[in-house]
Ligand binder design. Structure first.
Ligand code: ADP
Ligand code: MG
Length: 229
């Protein structure tokens, strides 16, 4: 069974007003467990919109979004908030770490929200800090970290509650080339090693080539559904 399924998804911003924008016009997509999907397409085409709908941060105007056996459009806002906490990990272009908390505390936050046992959360945060290669930065605040380190912490935070689905929207967009490469390597190795399903928006075609599938958005639809190679 697929982890994620989109059925005829439409998204219109500001419907009926003079600022109406039809962004998605019938998107169908199915993602299997452990797959890495790269989403590409020109700026403004709707990649972030698509990811936000998949990540339950926004609702489609029409159509269905399934994560496992759950159909999201039937969920209330509070149910969606819970689903985001437990089932989805999101990494954005900007790290969105809380400035007054340490790296470890930021990573533990989704676990605290899910009312995990503090001792377990601490252990898991140590595992994650190690996994993403910044254990020695555990007690640093975000502004004491490099851009690459901040994004590694953001990845660890996204993984805290063992999400079914990891989503990344141009996660290396603010990083230099070398740092971006090493963040991508991290995401790939986590995904491959733990069969972590990953949907990543990227401008980097070299990177997209390493995905299991490339989804190209064009004119509100998926234009190509290419398998590299
Ligand atoms: P991409 O991530 O591919 O660059 P986006 O999904 O951010 O594209 O945006 C797609 C289109 O929808 C753009 O034309 C953008 O201006 C518009 N858009 C995005 N968010 C909103 C919003 N909240 N309200 C109105 N229009 C929006
Ligand atoms: Mg975007």
């Amino acid at each position: 069974m697929s982890v994620l399924k989109l059925l005829d998804v439409y998204k219109t911003y500001n419907p009926g007003s003079h600022t109406q924008v039809d962004v998605l016009n019938g998107v169908d997509l199915e993602v299997e467990e452990g797959e890495i999907i790269a989403v590409i397409g020109p700026s403004g085409v709707g990649k972030s919109t698509l990811l936000q709908i998949v990540g339950a941060l926004d609702r489609p105007t029409r159509g269905q979004v399934w994560i496992d056996e759950k159909e999201l459009t039937r969920y209330s806002d509070s149910q969606l908030a819970q689903l985001r906490n437990k089932t989805i990990g999101f990494v954005f272009q900007a790290h969105h770490l809380l400035p007054e908390f340490t790296a470890r505390e930021n990573i533990m936050m989704p676990g605290m929200i899910a009312r995990g046992v503090p001792k377990d959360l601490e252990r898991r945060s140590s595992e994650l800090l190690e996994k993403v290669g910044v254990l020695d930065r555990a007690d640093h605040k975000p502004n004491e970290l490099s851009g690459g380190e901040q994004q590694r912490i953001a990845v660890a935070r996204a993984l805290m509650n063992e999400p079914r689905l990891l989503l990344a929207d141009e996660p290396s967009g603010n990083l230099d080339h070398k740092t971006a490469d090493s963040l991508h390597e991290l995401l790939w190795s986590i995904s491959r090693q733990f069969k972590q399903t990953l949907v990543i928006v990227t401008h980097n075609l070299e990177l997209a080539d390493k995905a299991d599938r490339i989804i190209e958005l064009y004119d509100g639809k998926i234009k190509n559904n290419l398998k590299p190679g």
